[in-house]
Design a binder for this molecule. Structure first.
Ligand SMILES: Nc1ncnc2c1ncn2[C@@H]1O[C@H](COP(=O)(O)OP(=O)(O)OP(=O)(O)O)[C@@H](O)[C@H]1O
Length: 227
């Protein structure tokens, strides 16, 4: 699905990470772990073409996505990617339904059958019938579930999740991970930057980012006990 090859990121004289090499496969949930400041978000941003690496390549279907022009990058975000963030990234003033309406189904969805409707997606996240409510009136856990429902409607082939459970209690964390797990079992590739041990342990593979690049591991560790 995605091959990261010899990727480095520097800010001036400071090297954040270097020679990062690993792959993310379809149907795999990969945890990016490491201390605060080790560059997990920066790596996710490079995968999402929101930031550029200093060296190396990120290949998708054989093409180095870091070399895409603006149009190619826009198409990649539209057709392949889905995002999930700690702050939900919803339109606060709009209704639940309006937030899901903006999820245009990409051409390269991980499923072949027709995707879920908005009502079906809301039902799957335990928010059936809540279409008309405004997002700012929902709790944090409910807002993250709206963001998940949006992903379920879009069905992207690759989901980049940056601390998606950072602001949630355990019950909501479990729900978010259960849903991501189901998307991954259906063929979606998922990368989750997380400090949460429970989330990490539900992933198939773990990639440890370390502040000193000379100690950085060159491939993901397999998770011996995915739950
Ligand atoms: N544009 C930039 N210019 C300079 N330094 C930057 C820039 N973007 C990020 N950094 C630095 O890179 C480091 C890594 O940040 P990043 O947010 O990727 O870490 P993280 O592992 O995700 O941290 P956390 O777990 O706290 O979210 C930080 O020290 C940050 O200040």
């Amino acid at each position: 699905m995605i091959d990261i090859d010899g990727l480095s990121k520097s800010f001036g004289a400071r090297t954040l990470w270097s020679d990062v090499t690993f792959s993310i496969n379809r149907g795999e949930m990969l945890a990016l772990v490491g201390p605060s400041g080790s560059g997990k978000s920066t790596l996710l941003n490079c995968l999402g073409l929101l930031d550029a690496p200093s060296a190396g390549a990120i290949r998708h279907e054989g093409k180095d996505i870091t070399r895409f022009d603006q149009r190619g990058a826009r198409r990649f975000r539209r057709d392949v990617l889905g995002y999930l963030f700690q702050n939900y990234a919803l339109i606060d003033n709009a209704t639940v339904a309006a937030n899901l309406d903006v999820a245009v189904r990409p051409r390269r969805s991980f499923r072949r059958d027709s995707g879920l409707t908005i009502a079906q997606a809301l039902d799957r996240v335990g928010l059936a019938g809540r279409e008309k409510e405004r997002v700012h009136q929902l709790s944090g856990g409910e807002q993250q579930r709206v963001a998940l429902a949006r992903l379920m409607v879009k069905e992207p082939a690759l989901v980049l999740a940056d601390e998606p459970t950072g602001a949630l209690d355990h019950a909501n964390t479990t729900m978010v991970v259960d849903i991501l797990r189901r998307m991954s079992d259906a063929g979606c590739a998922i990368v989750i930057a997380t400090h949460n041990d429970y989330v990490r342990d539900r992933c198939d593979a773990i990639r440890a980012m370390e502040e000193d690049p000379s100690r950085s591991r060159s491939g993901p560790l397999r998770n011996p006990h995915p739950q």
